[in-house]
Design a protein around this ligand. Structure first.
Ligand code: GDP
Ligand code: MG
Length: 659
């Protein structure tokens, strides 16, 4: 009886499904739209066929990310997957095809997670695979954590030559926390130095997996890539999605396109969405008509429909003033649903002021920053102003590389000319009697900009941000690494051996100590064999001093910094000496003074020198002379005037960020 009921239920479900899809198809036909895309195979036959997304119920969908330490071959594996599934032709020139940004190509690193939908046949059935290639560097881990929310499994790629590294571990834990299926894959087995046995053991020390379950491949040569795709289909579960429920989708990424406006990447959790539908963003509380919907193949390929379990993009004429969309839930305006949990907001680790080189460019720069933050939602933006640099913003980044990449993207993708101040980290202070002082909302004040530190006489306690670092290195360098850790005020919390000679340390550091050139030093003391990653570890009480500088008695507020009191005098002298080298000679004598907590510590002098740009000119061609003067005037925009002297605006940042 029970079996009979089950059978009936199954048939009625099947009928429902059929009816449901028919209804969807009719809806589409009535709108005069098609639901297919042309798919070409790269398998031997090289045929092509028209396929429809309606044919892919959740059971035949797999959503997965490739995660790894930087340079372990994620983007190269993605290239081979695109080739094997016929999305791009197989040729020698496909190198990190998904790294589309100019900065990614120039630096050879991935900074932005990229999705691609692929079709792959196993045992006579075609599967729809949604692959996300992620960045490896710690500064872009927000990209990884967001991408994981659109997936049910991950490929954990480990270089068989380098072994498990700090970001391998960090990214692996992100995937485990998200409850995803893990497929460990050893890459670069073609390399002479590859040691798959040892590296397999390292993985097994971290994660319960048998030797057979660890795949061994060469992404570069395409060895074992088909097996990886098969493992994705067999080992990663299909998305838990229901096509019959009301439409609900998670916006897991967005970007701004010059021609099409704002584009959202969505993972459809339930239901169906089609071109022409009216949708609402839950948190933004704004509704729009969907103009285009499709999959990334890896270029935008309109399909006019996306069904539960699938991932793709939607374009809905969203205004750039709508605010952050990433993490928001999208549903049909007529059938609101409970929102999805969304994402934990990114926690900025470093802050810097950003200003247009020329104040007349303020509005254009504001637009550019807004557009770029659609593509990089981990950047926090607040208005700021400086007596020296004018009106601008204080931006929060996840690290210095992130800051650098954001600046480069503003310049490359939006043609902006900006000046970015020296980075600093968010300290906290406790104010005595804050209740009686109107401008402080509470006892604790976060200081994002050191020159806005409250009056030190009313500060009772200082707190600095801490991080929990993972360091993986060969144990022959134990002495050097320990010395570096104590020099940077670190305290070791845990030590594990990944194999006979490879150590993994967990160390608590003040963020300030590891931000600038810690990793370079770590690499140099371990001959390049150490890797490093960190996560937020809250605040701890500390002693801080304010170090400030003035040039010819004018305060250089962008040079003000906070540092640990034990280091303040040394830091003050060091920076003063660097400034002396960096400030160009002027027509007057220049005096640079350093102070700690407003007490004078040191003075350096730059001797005068006269620069006349037209001095070299003899003879009377007035146009040439004017041209030179005009060039000089243009250059002056990049100068900051301090009392009677002129200094290039970026001198201060260079001084504060150099070794
Ligand atoms: P990602 O940072 O993880 O995306 O790494 P990439 O895909 O950018 O690759 C980093 C470097 O490793 C590139 O120079 C690739 O050519 C190289 N690489 C990737 N896979 C292999 C492989 O299987 N064998 C060898 N020899 N080199 C590889
Ligand atoms: Mg990459």
């Amino acid at each position: 009886m029970f079996k009979h009921c089950q059978k009936l239920l199954k048939t009625s479900n099947a009928l429902f499904n059929l009816n449901f899809l028919q209804v969807q198809s009719q809806r589409l036909h009535s709108k005069g739209v098609t639901v297919g895309i042309w798919r070409s195979y790269s398998t031997k036959s090289r045929k092509s066929e028209n396929i429809s997304l309606i044919d892919f119920p959740p059971e035949r969908i797999r959503n997965f990310c490739i995660i790894a330490h930087i340079d372990h071959g994620k983007s190269t594996l993605a290239d081979r997957m695109l080739e094997i599934t016929g999305v791009i032709p197989e040729n020698q020139k496909n190198e990190q095809v998904l790294d589309k940004l100019q900065v990614e190509r120039e630096r050879g690193i991935t900074v932005k997670a990229q999705s691609a939908s692929l079709f792959y046949d196993v045992e006579g059935l075609t599967y729809l695979l949604n692959l996300v290639d992620t960045p490896g560097h710690v500064d872009f881990s927000y990209e990884v954590s967001r991408s994981l929310s659109a997936c049910q499994g991950v490929i954990l790629l480990v270089d068989a030559n380098q072994g498990v590294q700090a970001q391998t571990v960090a990214n692996m834990y992100l995937a485990i926390e998200a409850g995803l299926e893990l497929i460990p894959v050893l890459n670069k087995i073609d390399l002479k130095g590859a040691n798959p046995e040892v590296v397999s053991k390292q993985i097994q020390n971290l994660y319960p997996v048998t030797d057979e379950e660890i795949l061994k491949i060469s992404a570069k040569l395409g060895i074992g890539v088909a097996e990886v795709l098969e493992a994705v289909i067999k080992r990663i579960p299909p998305p838990p999605a229901d096509q019959k429920k009301p439409f609900k989708a998670l916006v897991y990424d967005s970007w701004f396109d010059k021609f099409k406006g704002i584009i959202c990447n969505v993972a459809v959790k339930d239901g169906v969405v089609m071109k022409g539908d009216k949708v609402t963003f839950h948190h933004a509380q704004k509704s729009f008509d969907i103009q285009e919907v499709g999959i990334l193949h890896p270029e935008q390929t309109p399909t006019n429909i996306l069904l539960a379990g699938q991932a793709g993009y939607v374009i809905a004429n969203v205004k750039s003033s709508t605010g952050t969309l990433v993490g928001d839930t999208m549903y049909h305006k007529s059938t609101p649903v409970d929102p999805l949990p969304g994402f934990r907001p990114a926690k900025p680790m470093v802050f810097a002021g950003i200003y247009p080189i020329d104040q007349s460019q303020y509005i254009k720069l504001r637009e550019s920053i807004t557009k770029l933050t659609f593509n990089d939602s981990s950047v926090s933006v607040a208005q700021d102003s400086s007596a020296a640099l004018g009106v601008g913003w204080r931006l929060g980044f996840l690290g210095l590389l992130h800051m650098d990449v954001f600046k480069m993207r503003l310049e490359q993708e939006f043609d902006a000319s900006v000046i970015i101040t020296a980075p600093n980290i968010p300290y906290k202070v406790r104010i005595i009697g804050a209740k009686n002082i109107k401008k402080y909302k509470g006892e604790e004040v976060v200081v994002l900009n050191p020159c806005k530190l409250p009056d030190q006489t009313i500060i009772s306690q200082y707190f600095e941000p801490m991080v929990r670092a993972t360091i993986v290195y060969p144990d022959v360098y134990i002495g050097e690494v320990q010395a570096l850790i104590s020099d940077r005020r670190g305290r070791t919390e845990d030590q594990t051996y990944l194999d006979n000679s490879r150590v993994m340390l967990k160390v608590i550091f003040p963020l300030n100590e590891i931000l600038i050139n810690f990793f370079d030093e770590l690499k140099s003391v371990t001959k390049g064999y150490a890797s490093f990653d960190y996560e937020d570890y809250g605040y701890e009480e500390t002693n801080l001093s304010k170090v400030s500088f003035n040039i010819n008695n004018v305060d250089v507020e962008e040079m003000t910094l906070l540092c640990h009191s034990s280091n303040a005098q040394k830091m003050c002298r060091k920076i003063c000496a660097r400034l002396q080298e960096a400030v160009p000679r002027q027509q007057y004598k220049v005096q640079i003074k350093g102070q700690v907590n407003n007490k004078h510590i040191c003075t350096e002098v730059v001797n005068p020198y006269r620069k006349d740009v037209t001095a070299k000119l003899y003879g009377g061609d007035v146009t040439r002379r004017n041209k030179l003067l005009a060039k000089q005037a243009e250059g002056k925009k990049k100068l900051r005037s301090l009392g009677n002297i002129q200094v290039p605006k970026d001198v201060f940042i260079k001084v504060l960020t150099q070794k």
